[in-house]
Design a protein around this ligand. Structure first.
Ligand code: NAD
Ligand code: TYD
Length: 354
């Protein structure tokens, strides 16, 4: 029997990479439920729009009637839950949507999933999985010499975004513990790659460097993130979906800790190499700006559990992944033009104005 996966938030950055990758690699059918917020973009999925194995449903995870009908109609074997408000800076400016989608929305999705799963036949119940996609930010901030976050590190979220994701992780855990729902949770480090909305660090810097605009580095530029190429993350999710033990959480990371300044300088050098500008280096555009309130200093993931239990390891190094990513943004001008209109311009104008 063919597998059917219901993906939430599949028009966003990681979700669309996951949908495209799975359609190519597996025989699975995919139903994609997405609200199409500013971060959702159906252009990402243009190449599979006519594929009979794929269906897009426009709507919200918090709409229980819609979710119920969707599950009844498509009878999925798995739900992979990406849908979320995902930008820390936006959560600082206005946390409401983060609470609504990340907490209330996940709760609604869990309730409808529980009802659907409870009515399945025994064999189908055993096979079913609810995979919740989460973040390393739930663990808080590390000091320079602290060991990387492991699956047993205590939660200590610091931003409204991280707190809302932590709350959703706890709900998922409770649905396994209390109701026996076969859940899996993945906590991943910072992703980069094609289709990322250009308000996040890497695409923002690539496009500003291309256009000769200032490159706004928060604080002293020494905050550290652990970067993973998005396709490696999608393979990790598929690996956990296939082989992960229900009720478990798996940390995913690239073993790739880098301070922000190093990321920005690498991008400047690659843009200089691929799209040279006579006589000037893009590094001259680097501008230190006011720090983000409550800015976590360092994230690092210990990904040994997924490696030892399930044999997953990232394929890309930062050097190969960032080169592909810079090329992608420079070559996909139409995609960039499309997403950098309207609400994007408004965000950039407001956020970097002072
Ligand atoms: P994104 O912001 O690019 O995409 C989110 C998608 O969810 C969009 O398509 C949006 O339209 C959709 N969405 C938002 N609210 C919705 C709702 N109420 N109902 C249905 N759809 C809704 O996010 P992303 O970077 O692709 O992240 C995906 C998931 O991975 C998130 O849960 C995020 O917390 C997690 N994550 C992201 C990263 C990262 O570096 N980007 C790292 C680790 C974990
Ligand atoms: P971001 O991409 O927003 O991811 P997160 O905050 O979830 O890790 O930011 C990555 C790092 O880059 C973070 O330390 C904040 C920093 N940053 C800047 O220095 N300047 C910027 O304009 C942005 C968007 C981020």
């Amino acid at each position: 029997m063919r597998e059917t996966i219901c993906v939430t938030g599949g028009a966003g950055f990681i979700g669309s990479n996951f949908v495209l990758q799975r359609m190519q690699e597996d025989g699975a059918s995919i139903v994609n439920l997405d609200k199409l917020t500013y971060a959702g973009n159906l252009r990402n999925l243009e190449s599979i729009a006519g594929d009979p194995r794929y269906e897009f449903v426009h709507g919200e995870i918090g709409d229980r009637g819609l979710v119920r009908k969707l599950l009844e109609k498509h009878q999925p074997n798995a739900i992979v839950h990406f849908a979320a408000e995902s930008h820390v800076d936006r959560s600082i400016l206005g946390p409401d949507d983060f609470i609504r989608t990340n907490i209330d929305g996940t709760f609604a999705l869990l309730e409808e999933t529980r009802a659907y799963w409870s009515a399945l036949a025994d064999e189908e119940q055993k096979r079913f999985r609810f995979l919740h996609v989460s973040t390393d930010e739930v663990y808080g901030s590390l000091g320079p010499n602290d060991p990387a976050f492991s699956e047993t590190t205590a939660y200590a979220p610091n931003s409204p975004y991280a707190a809302s994701k932590a709350a959703s992780d706890h709900l998922v855990r409770a649905y396994h513990h209390t109701y026996g729902l076969p859940t899996l949770t993945t906590n991943c480090s910072n992703n980069y790659g094609p289709f990322q909305f250009p308000e996040k660090l890497i695409p923002l810097m690539i496009l500003n460097a291309r256009d000769g605009k200032p490159l706004p580095v928060y604080g002293d530029g020494k905050n550290v993130r652990d970067w993973l190429y998005v396709e490696d993350h999608c393979v990790a999710i598929a690996t956990v979906l296939r082989g992960g033990r229900p009720g478990e959480t798996y940390n995913i990371g690239g073993w790739n800790e880098k301070p922000n300044m190093e990321i920005v300088e690498t991008i400047c050098d690659l843009v200089d190499e691929i799209a040279p500008r006579a006589g000037t280096s893009r590094r001259d555009l680097i501008t230190f700006v006011k720090d983000r309130p409550g800015h976590d200093r360092r994230y690092a993931m210990d990904a040994r559990k997924i490696e030892h239990e399930l044999g997953w390891k990232p394929k890309e190094t930062f050097e190969t992944g960032i080169r592909k990513t810079v090329r992608w943004y420079l070559e996909n001008e139409e995609w960039v033009r499309d997403v950098t209109s309207g609400s994007y311009r408004q965000w950039i104008a407001t956020h970097y104005s002072g």
